[in-house]
Design a protein. Sequence first.
Length: 126
Amino acid sequence: MDDATVAALGMLTKALEYTERARGHLYAVHHMTGGADRMLAEAVRMLREAGHSDQADLVERELLGRDVVPGMWTYQLIEAYDRTYYRVFTAVEEQVRQDLAAGRQHLAEAEMQQAARARRRRHTAP
């Protein structure tokens, strides 16, 4: 396979890897937002116990269980990301690899590995 194709496939894979990381960050946002919401519930309880019903009502009304974007909680953001972007991205990346490299992955890395092994053999040869 020519170097330009290997480089292009490498860049496509790198873009997919960034997308994987972005998806992981969405899960982190999901977990952290859920944790914050549980803390808000505890803060509401504590405010009430401390005799601050008006402030507890404000936090409960304005923040507790609030949508992170209109009409969506964080799990819905992840579902939308997966459905409309991530699955399409992975399918297209796989199709391009099938078309150009018989589905093989990480061709540039495999070439680097072979070159490193060849250098090592040259330096350790008797």
